[in-house]
Write a protein that binds this ligand. Structure first.
Ligand code: ADP
Ligand code: NI
Length: 213
């Protein structure tokens, strides 16, 4: 098992080489560590959670022509590694429900899917979440803050992906909503602390923006 996980790590590291939008190997590695921790606490299948976490962004349609293509690649890899069919199915299922898509994705069907979704979303909040948001905005040419822009409440997946506003807007449009959507007790506990950090950051940022000292 350890040997297989090691092979998966190397494959995924190669896949993400050179990405500058916050989808690097280190994001995947943090999500994997979160997933393993949550899986242990919640009594979920640790192998399935670890594999799904390691592969969750490889299947993302941001890196492929279509959604199907991403999943085809992951399926091919799982077959190549000799992962048995029931586990393959659980891994693919867990990856399918990970992504946020502006809040439009379908909910996980099993505990393992909940674990991996929580693990990914935990990495979008807290100090790491703040850093990733500004990296993302920078990479796509968005401003850090545009006070006159309205905060969008309900977005389609396309609006979420293609129409951007500012890094600070992203806090209101996504990051602050993540805590309330945590599926596991363990995920909720971690999210609580990281959510508070987001709130504190915003308070300080907006105070400084207004010129208060
Ligand atoms: P993931 O695939 O990890 O669920 P996304 O692809 O939605 O996340 O986004 C990658 C990172 O960039 C996350 O930390 C996310 O919050 C951030 N991000 C996504 N969209 C925006 C945006 N419009 N502005 C700023 N940051 C964003
Ligand atoms: Ni991710």
């Amino acid at each position: 098992m350890k040997k297989l996980i090691n092979e998966v790590e190397i494959r995924v590291q190669n896949f993400f080489e050179g990405d500058a939008t916050g989808h690097d190997w280190f994001h995947t590695d943090r999500v994997r560590k979160n997933a393993v921790h949550i899986a242990r606490e919640e009594g979920a299948d640790e192998f399935v959670c670890e594999m799904a976490a390691l592969l969750h962004d490889v299947a993302d349609d941001k890196f492929h022509q279509s959604e199907e293509e991403g999943f085809k690649l992951v399926e091919e890899w799982l077959l190549e590694w000799g992962v048995e069919s029931s586990q393959r199915e659980m891994i693919i299922q867990s990856i399918e429900t990970v992504s946020y898509k502006g809040g439009n994705n379908k909910p996980p069907e099993r505990l393992e899917g909940e674990v991996v979704q929580d693990a990914d979303r935990i990495d979008a909040i807290g100090a790491i979440g703040v850093a990733r948001t500004f990296m993302f905005a920078g990479a796509y040419g968005d401003s850090m803050y545009v006070p006159d822009l309205e905060v969008r409440d309900n977005m389609t997946k396309e609006e979420y992906r293609n129409k951007r506003s500012s890094a600070i807007h992203h806090f209101y449009e996504k990051l602050l909503k993540l805590k309330g959507g945590m599926k596991t007790k363990t995920g909720q506990k971690i999210a609580e602390k990281r959510h508070q950090y987001l709130e504190d950051f915003l308070t300080q940022f907006l105070e400084e923006w207004e010129g208060r000292r």
